[in-house]
Design a binder for this molecule. Structure first.
Ligand SMILES: Cc1cc2nc3c(=O)[nH]c(=O)nc-3n(C[C@H](O)[C@H](O)[C@H](O)COP(=O)(O)OP(=O)(O)OC[C@H]3O[C@@H](n4cnc5c(N)ncnc54)[C@H](O)[C@@H]3O)c2cc1C
Length: 292
């Protein structure tokens, strides 16, 4: 089912989780446990990332196939075009279409960490080019990424916003946002989109705090602000107490999601990092409040 149809027909906001393909046997075993725990929460859909440069092409495909056909979950397959030969883009998209994937999220991707990667000379430079490439050829319900705090490499927030509008004008059906720890960024972003005539659903991404190291690393990569509330809260926790940190992160995310849900967002999309404990805690907290 197309996610826009789910949003149009579901009486409740949606619950969804982002997963990425495992890169080792140990990660695969952890992912399996996480999927079982997350599936038990009955999400409306799950999303599967795609490594830029095609680095997880096979793993992403296998995960999409497993989630969709073995577990019966609705899927958004992400697709990152960075560096890819247009023939490869067609091959991946044809394959997803043949697998029955109805929802795709088109992103540019980033330069792979592997320094040897050579982008194909005819690769698509921006996600807007990918949207233009996909739209006339495929019937996917097509999403794009949005950045409430601005994309980290954007020339300016204004320019970044123009490019987002371009992606929607070219045919994107919905936006999934990068996470922010401060809902004001999301609310301002949505206001701005609406004022600019962007009418598509804007699904907020939520990133629980899994560890201080990961929080700092990810925020450094994407430019998300770590709020004073978070810094002060963490400073007050017993040192090296992983459980206390997870609980703090869950409580914070429950409050953040509660505010988003009360404001009428289409759903909550949790960046799981292939873990389940925090997501389970957050969903239980929201269900206890009757919000999901
Ligand atoms: C919900 C979500 C899912 C993601 N999934 C994945 C994934 O599966 N795999 C992965 O590798 N990465 C993923 N990413 C990360 C994403 O690929 C990076 O953030 C990447 O740097 C930008 O992708 P984009 O699609 O936003 O690119 P774009 O929309 O192309 O924007 C990238 C930058 O270029 C600028 N820009 C955009 N269009 C133009 C233009 N026409 N001319 C000049 N400048 C322009 C923008 O301002 C921005 O600074 C995801 C991000 C989000 C928020």
């Amino acid at each position: 089912m197309k996610v826009t149809d789910i949003w149009n027909t579901s009486p409740k906001p949606t619950l969804s989780f982002e997963l990425f393909p495992a890169r080792s046997e140990k990660a695969a075993s952890n992912l399996k446990k996480a999927i079982d725990a997350l599936a038990a929460l009955k999400p409306d859909f799950v999303s599967v990332t795609f490594g830029a440069g095609g680095s997880t092409r096979e793993g992403s495909r296998q995960l999409v196939e497993k989630l969709k056909h073995q577990m019966g979950l609705e899927i958004i397959a992400y697709f990152a075009c960075y560096g890819l030969d247009p023939d490869d883009i067609v091959a991946v998209l044809d394959d997803y279409q043949a697998l029955g994937v109805e929802n795709l999220l088109a992103v540019r991707g980033d330069v792979p960490h592997d320094g040897d990667f050579e982008p194909h000379p005819e690769s698509l430079p921006h996600a807007s080019d990918l949207v233009s490439f996909i739209r006339p050829k495929y019937d996917f319900c097509l999403g794009v990424a949005g950045y409430p705090e601005g994309h980290i490499d954007a020339v300016s927030k204004e320019k970044d916003f123009e490019f987002l509008k371009m992606k929607v004008d070219l045919g994107a059906d919905y936006i999934v946002t990068n996470y922010t720890y401060d809902n004001r960024h999301y609310f301002d972003f949505v206001d701005r989109c609406r004022s600019a005539g962007i009418k598509v659903p804007i699904l907020p991404g939520v990133m629980p705090i899994y560890s201080v190291k990961m929080m700092e690393r990810l925020a450094g990569l994407c430019g998300a602000e770590i709020t004073d509330e978070i810094r002060q809260g963490i400073a007050g926790l017993p040192e090296d107490d992983k459980q206390a940190l997870l609980d703090f992160g869950i409580e914070l995310a429950v409050r953040q999601c509660a505010e988003l849900l009360q404001a009428g967002v289409p759903g909550i999309h949790i960046y799981t990092m292939d873990r389940s404990k925090s997501s389970v805690g957050i969903v239980q907290g929201l269900r206890d409040k009757g919000l999901l």
